[in-house]
Design a protein around this ligand. Structure first.
Ligand SMILES: Nc1ncnc2c1ncn2[C@@H]1O[C@H](COP(=O)(O)OP(=O)(O)O)[C@@H](O)[C@H]1O
Ligand SMILES: [Mg+2]
Length: 235
């Protein structure tokens, strides 16, 4: 479904954040993207979602290229949910992309309500997004991307900063969705719960990739790449 091939990316200040990354995501597959801070996870997700232009290499979605194709088929949530919750109410926020895409506001609001209900958070519809707890913001940002029904979810650290209950709700949501997911995370235990495969980035390149849980039992490889064994394998 998604093919990334030889992707390189240099920020305007000259820093090369990705230096030749290749990976693929199949229909309905859930892939974890792990790696130390600065290894290029967020940059890669932004490119996969069509939010940063491709400079060198290729990204194709079902054989088609271009940032418009990627934006249409991918739902991106940012590392910091505050960066994407901008409207006065949760309902308007979730409906925003639909209205921006030309849907009648009344229909967009109906659709937004049904997505909020499917995530068990209809009660948040009238609340100002910036007043929500971290976990609520995460769920609302999922609602925002699910409203436009993308085929691939690109999620940047979806459990960062969440308390155990909110984290569990995010994990349950991710386990339950039949959409394809690529998620950047330091939370290897969450990745084990959700993903069937992982790709480990180091300094903008793929250092290792393979099936879970096996890949995350290799302490030496993880430590070489700035990671630690998942808690469930530490004793
Ligand atoms: N806007 C930017 N301008 C210049 N360098 C950046 C920018 N954003 C990220 N970088 C650099 O690119 C590298 C990869 O960053 P990032 O993709 O955010 O990594 P990760 O998400 O794995 O922590 C890091 O060295 C980071 O400092
Ligand atoms: Mg990041």
């Amino acid at each position: 479904m998604l093919e990334v091939d030889g992707l390189r990316y240099r920020y305007p200040d000259g820093h090369e954040a990705l230096s030749g990354v290749s990976l693929s995501v199949n229909d309905g597959e859930k892939v974890a993207l792990a790696g130390a801070n600065g290894s290029g996870k967020s940059t890669l997700l932004l490119q996969i979602a069509g939010a940063l232009e491709v400079q060198e290499g290729r990204i194709s979605f079902r054989g088609r290229e271009g940032s418009e194709v990627l934006r249409q088929n991918t739902g991106l949530t940012f590392q910091n949910a505050d960066d994407e919750l901008l409207m006065p109410s949760v309902l308007e926020d979730v409906a925003f992309s639909l209205v921006a895409g030309g849907m009648k506001p009344s229909r967009a609001h109906e659709r937004a309500m049904s997505v909020l209900a499917s995530l068990g958070v209809s009660h948040l519809a009238g609340r100002p997004p910036h007043r929500l707890s971290g976990g609520e913001k995460r769920i609302v940002s999922f609602a925002g991307i699910l409203a436009s029904d993308p085929e691939l979810l690109a999620l940047d650290e979806p459990t960062a900063g969440l308390d155990p209950r909110a984290r569990r709700r995010v994990i349950d949501f991710l386990r339950g969705t039949d959409k394809a997911v690529i998620l950047a995370t330091h939370d290897l235990d969450m990745a084990l719960d959700v993903c069937s495969r992982a790709v480990i980035l180091h300094d903008g390149a793929v250092a290792c990739e393979g099936e879970l849980p096996r890949l995350f039992t290799d302490r030496e490889m993880l430590e070489r790449n700035g990671l630690e064994l998942p808690l469930k394998y530490q004793r």
